[in-house]
Design a protein around this ligand. Sequence first.
Ligand code: SAM
Length: 246
Amino acid sequence: MSTQLDYVQSYAEMVRAYLAAYPEDEAVARAVGGAFEHFGILEHSLLRQFGLKDDSRVVDVGCGAGRLTAQLTRYPGLRYLGLDVVPELLDYNRRKAARPDFRLELCQDNRIPLGENGADFVTFFSVFTHLLHEESYFYLEQCRRVLAPGGRVIFSFFEFAVDQQWSVFEGNVDWVRKRSYLGHINVFIHADDLRLWARRLGFEVVAMERGDAPAVVVTSASAGGKVAPGQHALGQSFCVLEKPGG
Ligand SMILES: C[S@@+](CC[C@H](N)C(=O)[O-])C[C@H]1O[C@@H](n2cnc3c(N)ncnc32)[C@H](O)[C@@H]1O
């Protein structure tokens, strides 16, 4: 285990520790935050709610073991690029998705390997929660380039304004108190700061929702019968940005 915080290294170490301790399915589910199918359905529903079509071009940064990937494989016309820093998670994702046309690639230096206007959606689910602000901002700069006009970024984040998210922060404080860094860092961002980022980067803010608000619309089509249709809270807060000109 790490003796100090190193974001990418500590994430990979955590994944390897789970793989050593649990059967593979359970290990990777734990590594990406658990409730594999439930959260995959909420993530897919959120994309639908904000305009995903069956033939959209989606970039899923920090795709992990594929909670979202697994939901998208049923759309033959959908084009998908999943990026992650942990090879073991990508391997698992590739095997489960079984879609040779889906690109699942190791992510180098926080870069999105796409040219201008190459995507309709870029998602970061539970990813900015583990990055320095500078790294998240750098990713958003690239979203401005790779998104087509009218394309959208959807990402989740932790904020102090939501009581339920405090336990995550208190867990981090406890590591510092005990000088024992047992997992990966969890980073908080203020929603007002995200609005400032969006303005500087030239994005329009389409939605900014607290993690405890029932703001994710699940339909029978997006849930496939596995989650009750209706409005659900994501747990993490989320933000939807749009590149103008669509
Ligand atoms: C909590 S998991 C979420 C995975 C996936 N988005 C989901 O919702 O199931 C966070 C993921 O971000 C990945 N990650 C961490 N740092 C990253 C970085 N700098 N660039 C891309 N992915 C990163 C981790 O390896 C992990 O798979």
